[in-house]
Write a protein that binds this ligand. Structure first.
Ligand SMILES: Nc1ncnc2c1ncn2[C@@H]1O[C@H](COP(=O)(O)OP(=O)(O)OP(=O)(O)O)[C@@H](O)[C@H]1O
Length: 235
């Protein structure tokens, strides 16, 4: 298992955001992280990425502890936050070069060109990030998440804001990345879960209420659609 989470909890003041959750994620599988608004998905993803420390419990990425070994963790993961903090005044290539240098990558020019092609940014590559549409900004966010070829990808609503064509492109990119990496993605789109995820975790009010493969979730709930299963589990 490349991602191990054990009894992790997080409060913001009196607000309990994540309540003693435990789960694993394995390489070569795409894990869909679902839950209603405010369920604790982004908070969990921030903790997995070492951007936020749990109040209690532990999480590790490829054996490295997210609290004690955050530098190693940040090298091993690619993280696309919900609202990607991009430098709007930078040009696309300038920003990707900045990210590549922060990882001390070699052959940066080739890696930047490769990642621009992978996420479909060729037509926008000479623009300033601030001038890009929402969908293309999202692609820049994805590019910075994968440029260092991380073993684990944590994607917080990676397809939000994409038009239907872009959505299909990015889903197939995520699917192909998921063949050898561990991918954890959050989404509110059930079609997306059925299209690309192998496993699913449903979180509600900070607690895990389902942790299984897509096939067994559907098999357990008979003829219900994923939307109906989600509604039944999270009311
Ligand atoms: N920085 C913060 N300060 C205070 N409370 C916060 C903060 N961030 C999140 N919360 C609260 O923690 C809970 C979980 O939030 P979180 O963003 O993790 O949910 P989510 O499942 O990602 O929701 P969404 O689907 O709307 O993105 C919510 O009640 C939210 O209001």
């Amino acid at each position: 298992m490349s991602v191990k989470v054990r009894s992790v909890s997080k409060h913001y003041g009196k607000q309990k955001a994540v309540d003693s959750i435990s789960f694993d994620a394995a390489p070569g599988r795409i894990l869909g992280f679902l839950g209603p608004n405010g369920a604790g998905k982004s908070t969990t993803m921030k903790m997995l990425s070492s951007y936020l420390m749990p109040d209690s419990g532990s999480a590790s990425i490829c054996g490295y502890d997210t609290q004690g070994q955050s530098l190693e963790v940040k090298r091993l993961i690619g993280y696309l936050p919900e609202n990607t903090p991009l430098y709007l005044d930078m040009y696309v290539k300038e920003f990707l070069s900045f990210v590549a240098n922060s990882y001390q990558l070699s052959q940066t020019a080739k890696k930047i060109n490769d990642v621009i092609e992978q996420v479909g940014l060729q037509s926008e590559q000479h623009k300033k990030i601030g001038m890009l549409s929402k969908g293309y900004k999202q692609r820049v966010g994805l590019a910075q998440a994968i440029i260092h070829d991380p073993k684990v990808l944590i994607l917080d609503e990676p397809t939000s804001g994409l038009d239907p064509n872009q959505l299909l492109d990015i889903r197939s990119l995520i699917k192909s990345l998921g063949t050898d990496k561990t991918v954890i993605l959050s989404t509110h789109i059930m079609q997306e879960v059925e299209a690309i995820c192998d496993d699913v975790i449903i979180i509600n009010k900070g607690k895990i209420v389902a942790d299984t493969s897509i096939e067994s979730l559907i098999a357990q709930h008979g003829p219900l659609s994923l939307e109906d299963i989600f509604r039944n589990i999270t009311v």
